[in-house]
Design a protein around this ligand. Sequence first.
Ligand code: SF4
Length: 209
Amino acid sequence: MPQPPTLKIVEIFASVQGEGLRQGEPAIFIRLAGCDLRCSFCDTKYAWTGGKTASTSRVLGKVRALRKRYPADWACLTGGEPFLQDIEPFVDGLKKEGLKVQVETNGRTFRRLTADWLTVSPKPCRYEYHPGFRRRAAEVKLVVSKTLTFETVRRLREEFPGSVPILLQAESNEAWSLAKGRRLLGRALRQGLTNIRLSVQLHKIFGLR
Ligand code: SF4
């Protein structure tokens, strides 16, 4: 007999989207366990391993309960790396609950999903991603780390459609990263790259999760 779909979850919580174009919007966050990368700047290292296995319907029940107290319109699947798990039944279930669904991914593993918003965030050192995301990403988010180069920004600008914004996301809102983001944006403007934007971690400014 087929088993019901399960997910490995680290945490579920209500907060406000702090990064990217959806900044400032209330959302229910579902953090999935496991990641295929080990970024030095990762601020969710606790999600690399572990997590609790639960059926998709149980996780949906937890989201439903949380939403009674915090009636957000959006759910955000984050990690870890959500695309390493079979999230399709869960995304479909969230949509049936009337939620709009954002998924944040490092872009290395591709699945077709009914999600409303894909945030693709290629990571160092190679900033590789599956080309299937090029036509599906709503935004590309680049952490302005010590290793991010202008050449990477330029390459990704050339590879993704011009209508997809590339966000230069300050690493942990650090002063050196903000300054580097400004420099990268200035160079992008001078060299004719379009739809490049600055971004900070808004949730940290507001003292949210
Ligand atoms: S891809 Fe994301 S979750 Fe994975 S190590 Fe890098 S920053 Fe952390």
